[in-house]
Design a protein around this ligand. Structure first.
Ligand code: LMR
Length: 396
């Protein structure tokens, strides 16, 4: 059996980190994976997390199994964060939320659930999308297609192409949308464009699946969550995966959630009962610690305020890096216009670097980016930016 197995290709994102870890160059920089580092190039432990952990350590509790759908306090806090505590969906108990193993785990739960109840539907993801979206839905058994999204000529969204496709795909298709901070391009839809997408999704009976892994990294927690709320208000079904890996800097704790909006509390109860079966056959029930930390931070007013401030600080630092990156490239590579990087939102920039240029950055400078030219702006800092800009100026 095993001797016939072929070597699998490296993961396009996490495989870059493997190569980075093996690099002995002390100047190496990882602009591949979507991880926020502070201005010292260090992964931060947020103060709100540290304080929540101290609170939890003061009343250490035994570790029984959590319910299949996770910690109730976590699910409640997430639901209120995602949809709004005063929203109709929450008040009318039309949304179900289950703790998941990170945003990826939430996507997988949603994919497995949909495969069970919409087995013949096909999935549509943006072109391009997060590298794992296609693989994840395909591994759940779906045919995965692309809708047009990024327009390399304008460095923005090919909105008419996107809308035309959404208008022509079969009703009942599953449409994966990035709620904010599009990964990998950083190019988001405007409010007016979102309104049109919601209208088409409703009119055509498409199933929206909103992936929100970067809430708070675009324009703010409320503003980044707006689209999810608009979809939820427009009526079910709506699927939402969200993650606290980035916003709480809790990557390794794998804290995320899947929420499903139904049309009534009674429908929601049936949905939850089936979602629990999906979870049970995947990993039975989620781990406690990360969920407890997030639930404590979100529900304790002092920690909640601290979190919002720390998240805002991360967002502002990334924006500053975008400005500095563009300014420095203007000086070092005046023939090239990188102004578009300032308009992009979230952790990433679809930089326009070619695969050959990315390879040169890696081989000659130990600067690691994704083959598609995606770079993680959140890994730039005042110490490494000159080295990165100097290298980019050389390879372009
Ligand atoms: C990324 O896009 O780099 C992150 O979401 C990390 C991952 O799991 O791919």
């Amino acid at each position: 059996l095993l001797n016939a197995i072929e070597m699998a290709p490296r993961d396009p994102i996490l495989g870059i980190t493997e190569a980075f870890n093996a690099d002995k160059n002390p100047n190496k920089i990882n602009l591949g994976v979507g991880v926020y580092n502070d201005d010292n190039g260090k992964l931060p432990l947020l103060e709100c997390v540290r304080k929540a952990e101290v609170l939890l350590a003061e009343k250490l509790s035994p570790r029984g199994y959590l319910p299949i759908d996770g910690l109730a306090a976590y699910d409640k806090a997430v639901q209120e964060l995602v949809f709004g505590a005063d929203s109709a969906v929450v008040k009318e108990k039309r949304a179900v939320t289950a703790q998941a193993i990170g945003g990826t785990g939430a996507l997988k739960l949603g994919a497995d659930f949909l495969k069970r109840f919409a087995p013949n539907a096909q999935v549509w993801i943006s072109d391009p999308s997060w590298e794992n979206h296609r693989a994840l839905f395909e591994s759940a058994g779906f045919v995965v297609n692309n809708y047009p999204y990024y327009d390399a000529a304008t460095r923005g969204v090919n909105f008419s192409g996107m809308l035309d496709t959404l208008n022509s795909i079969p009703s009942g298709s599953i449409v994966l949308l990035h709620a904010c901070c599009h990964n990998p391009t950083g190019a988001d839809l405007t409010d007016a464009q979102w309104a049109q997408v919601i209208e088409v999704v409703l009119k055509r009976g498409l199933i929206p699946f909103l992936d929100m892994a970067y809430q708070g990294f675009g324009d703010g927690i409320e503003s980044d969550g707006k689209v999810v709320r608009q979809f939820a208000e427009a009526g079910g079904p709506v699927f939402v995966s969200n993650s606290f890996s980035k916003s709480f800097s809790l990557y390794g704790e794998r804290v995320g959630a899947l929420s499903i909006v139904a049309v009534s509390a009674e429908e929601a109860a049936r949905v939850l009962s089936q979602l629990k079966r999906v979870i049970r056959t995947n990993y039975s029930n989620p781990p406690i610690h990360g969920g407890q930390v997030v639930a404590t931070a979100l529900a304790t007013p002092e920690l909640r305020a601290l979190w919002e401030q720390e998240l805002a600080d991360m967002r502002v630092r990334i924006r500053d890096m975008r400005q500095a990156f563009v300014q420095k490239l203007k000086e070092q590579a005046p023939a090239h216009n990188f102004d578009f990087v300032i308009q992009q939102r979230g952790m990433f920039s679809y930089s326009g670097l070619t695969k050959e240029q990315v390879n040169r950055l890696r081989d000659e400078y130990s600067i690691y980016a994704i083959d598609t030219g995606r770079i993680c702006v959140a890994a730039l800092n005042t110490r490494n930016i000159d080295y990165v800009v100097g290298a980019i100026a050389k390879v372009i």
